[in-house]
Write a protein that binds this ligand. Structure first.
Ligand code: NIG
Ligand code: FE
Length: 416
């Protein structure tokens, strides 16, 4: 078994001090468990030992990595991506920069439906190849654990293909992947113009797509785009309850375009996470907190769409556990660097750098049911780690966008 020792980083960000089995909220969201003068021993895929350098056990034959002057932190966990898609929507990017609105492009049959057409038109190997390029860039930017949603199929065959490709990505790259069936991402083109079409599509999702996906063991979670122009809270409830009956846990896109009921529904269903949350009032924040729902902020999407930023400060003050994720998708935000998105969570959502980092490590891991595996640096955890070229994790925010990542370890192996 290969052994590696990370010797005495200037700053070791362990996240080992706060609660471990649940996401951190309020003041605990900023508890990073910083250590100086400590080293880390990696045995195979796992962290074997963490402690003061002077107490380090002897490790003959181990590869020694001098980390003096550098910060070492858990590799990032991206708890909301739409990473598997075909083609691109750079034409829409230019339209939006020229003044067109995201919701209008979508209503006119572009947007998500454009990506559905492009995804349906390529075969699995091509879909895998296009997606793998993105995953590898995201990994070089510090992420080794990914949630990946379907939702560019909107029919049984293509939804299954997307989820299979997501699982193949995990096998072929060693990245940790959790998959989410987002068949209810938009109404497909042939059903969108009539009330009967809506009813039929919700039926298909509940009775055809979700049972097939669950039977194939292809989804860890079910998500619904619950918002203006997409699915109503009643439709969303129906779909997420059908998923739960199949053993697939709910999470949802909520309150991106208004107070559209998604956040309250997330609380009602005790969803693992409610995501976007640009529009949220005190009662909605209290409901999320009381139900233990993680609020996932996606500030890259606000930047790209020119929308307001979610109020991260108010969420932390209200005691809601916050995660930060990329939302990497072909339309509303194709940003791949979660490290850069951390900076947006600070400058846009007013989180502190510590709160943002907790949101993209331990809290994101909790939102994916991965808190025993990744998101903290402790013996027994998977050796998914980042070595920064600077001595302070806050440089990810302070010098956002600079090439600050010196190495990425995934399951004990250096992958970037
Ligand atoms: O999270 N809001 C819905 N889904 C994605 C956008 C998907 C797309 O535009 O392709 C999001 O922003
Ligand atoms: Fe999304």
């Amino acid at each position: 078994m290969s052994r590696t020792v990370l010797i005495e980083p200037a700053q070791l960000v362990t996240l080992a001090d706060g609660p471990k089995d649940r996401p951190r909220a309020g003041a605990a969201q900023a508890e990073l468990g910083l250590r100086a003068g400590h080293s880390v021993v990696i045995d195979g895929e796992r962290i074997a030992w963490v402690g003061p350098e002077r107490d380090r056990p002897r490790t003959p034959g181990a590869t020694e990595v001098d980390c003096r002057g550098k910060a070492v932190l858990p590799a990032l966990v991206d708890s909301h991506t739409h990473l598997v898609w075909g083609g691109d929507r750079k034409d829409e990017l230019e339209l939006r920069l020229g003044g067109a609105d995201y919701e209008h492009i979508f209503a006119a049959g572009g947007g998500i439906l454009s990506s559905v057409r492009q995804t349906r038109s390529i075969d699995d190997d091509e879909l895998l190849a296009q997606s793998r390029v993105r995953l590898e860039r995201m990994r070089r930017s510090g992420t080794t654990s990914f949630e990946i949603k379907s939702g560019y199929g909107l029919d049984l065959e293509t939804e299954l293909r997307q989820l299979r490709v997501a699982r193949r990505l995990a096998q072929e790259t060693g990245a940790r992947v959790r998959t989410t069936c987002l068949a209810a991402h938009a109404l497909p083109a042939d059903l969108r113009d009539s009330p009967a079409g809506r009813v039929e599509f919700v039926r298909r999702v509940c009775e055809d797509i979700l049972p097939a996906v669950a039977a194939a063991g292809l989804a860890d979670f079910c998500d619904v785009f619950c918002d203006r122009g997409a699915f109503t809270p009643d439709e969303t409830r129906q779909i997420l309850l059908a998923a739960r009956a199949l053993g697939v846990a709910p999470r949802l896109h909520a309150n991106e375009f208004g107070h559209t009921g998604g956040a309250l529904l997330a609380a009602e269903l005790h969803a693992l996470s409610a995501d976007h949350l640009l529009h949220l009032d005190d009662a909605e924040r209290a409901a999320l907190r009381d139900a233990g729902v993680v609020a996932t902020l996606l500030p890259g999407t606000s930047l790209v769409l020119g929308k307001p930023f979610a109020d991260g400060r108010a969420l932390v003050s209200a005691g809601v556990a916050v995660a930060v994720a990329s939302d990497c998708n072909p339309g509303s935000c194709a940003l791949e660097s979660l490290a850069l998105v951390l900076a947006l969570a600070c400058y846009g959502c007013r989180l502190s750098p510590a709160e943002a980092l907790c949101g993209a490590t331990h809290n994101a891991a909790c939102a994916l049911g991965l808190a025993d595996e990744v998101g903290r640096i402790e013996p027994g955890m998977s050796a998914d780690l980042l070595i920064l070229a600077t001595p302070d994790y806050r440089d990810l925010v302070y010098h956002a966008g600079s090439p600050l990542i010196s190495a990425v370890y995934q399951r004990g192996t250096q992958v970037a």
